[in-house]
Design a binder for this molecule. Sequence first.
Ligand SMILES: N[C@@H](CCC(=O)N[C@@H](CS)C(=O)NCC(=O)O)C(=O)O
Length: 216
Amino acid sequence: MSLTLYYHPLSSFCWKSLIALYEAGVDFEPRVVNLGDPADRAAFAAVWPLAKFPVLRDEARGQTVPESSIIVDYLAQYYPAAASLLPSDPDAGRQVRLLDRLIDNYIHLPFQGIVSERLRPEGQKDPYGVDQARGKVRQGYDLIAPMIAGPWAIGETFTLADCAALPALYYADYAVSLDAWPGLRAYLDRLGARPSIARVLSEAEPFFQYFPLKDG
Ligand SMILES: N[C@@H](CCC(=O)N[C@@H](CS)C(=O)NCC(=O)O)C(=O)O
């Protein structure tokens, strides 16, 4: 098989690329990376030195493609069934890219800061930093909520922006509840019902016990 995805089923950024692969029905070999295993981490770092997933390896084209959004871009370029994930219309395409960046930078990354805090050893906690990160997530929700056209991020077409939104909103909801943003809650519910996303969530289910915010 030409494509291999280096990933982990629990990893939020991996979800973005997985959703795109499942949406387009592109065949790939799933390669789960256990970053906690030094040998597996080293093998992955030989593929991509940052050892951050997801990474797509395309043997047929001799390409290593890191970064969740760039993987979707690559799929849209080479796989016709994935083309609509990144609309060719310049204005629609720019809106998709903008939403992808805003969601990653102002919801997903601050949320990851909150998770990192949970993993810090006692004595090295940073409650001030967590408060700030929660504030950033709220600001991100405020920013994104009026931009979601419905039913999907830019309207009728399911795109990269929706692939980005699911992991950010799904996980950030544990840290900053979406209840005060009913439009985003309804959007998250619609995303969750999409078959590609339901599949990603069900594959992650056995690993949720390892998610540090799962119980509050
Ligand atoms: N900007 C990257 C972020 C990738 C990223 O942070 N991945 C996390 C998992 S969600 C990771 O590999 N963490 C392991 C580490 O940082 O050691 C992308 O969009 O792919």
